[in-house]
Design a protein around this ligand. Sequence first.
Ligand code: SF4
Length: 270
Amino acid sequence: MATLTEFTPSLSALKRSLTHVYHIAYAPAIKKAYLFHWGCNLKCKGCLCHKEINCMALEENLDVVFRDPRLRPPQTPAGSLSFDELITILEKVELAEVAFEGQEASLDPTLPEICRYLKGRNARVVLHTNGVAKADTANIDEVIVSLKAVTPRIYQEYTGLSNSFVLENFKRYHDSSVLLKAESVFIPGYIGFDETEKIARFISSVDKSIPYRIDAYFESGDNPWRAPEPAEMKEAVGIAKQHLANVYSTQQTKRELTKADLLYEVIRLY
Ligand code: SF4
């Protein structure tokens, strides 16, 4: 039988390994880094990466929510960092928390080693995931699963894939030791009140205390949908609260954001 060490890459091989990280943002005030991964196993019609692939909180991206998605062609990263390059950048800053963002971090073969390094720095580790693949949670503190939809037809149409893995993996994350949260995007008339209630019901069938965040859709990709009104977001939260103890929403309503509108400054490390 193979032993664990046979699967652990040597240190020099690990340093040369390419991660999927193509961009790093950092909030000095809270010592939080955001590692952006490239590559995904879904093809969501409303994916933010159709519009912007770097952190939305950077000063140059504060217009993203109201930016016309048809003005710029979709971007792709020039490349990704090696494990050694990533660590060299992170060594230069203090770390209280690190969030995996961008596309799907669970597909990065170096993710367990990145997490192991971050726990060695005593950083809190937060994974944002679509839940299609189940990540090794040995060194992860919190997992936020984006549920998209629970109705199989809507999920398949929106993402191109069946949601059976996601719903099963959501339960598996709940059975693990991580703090589990859920989120979805509210799209009026599509992933609207009915579907949001179904998502809330599904979360509640796993555990009523799982926090659920509902994000307001904003234009991304070439889609016919409109952004919701604040009153619609309030109603969606009210519907979800009939099933769950902790529901909240996010929505940017101010068109012109400046750095002064942010809770803290976010800068680019890479
Ligand atoms: S799971 Fe996220 S990154 Fe992947 S296609 Fe959907 S929205 Fe985009």
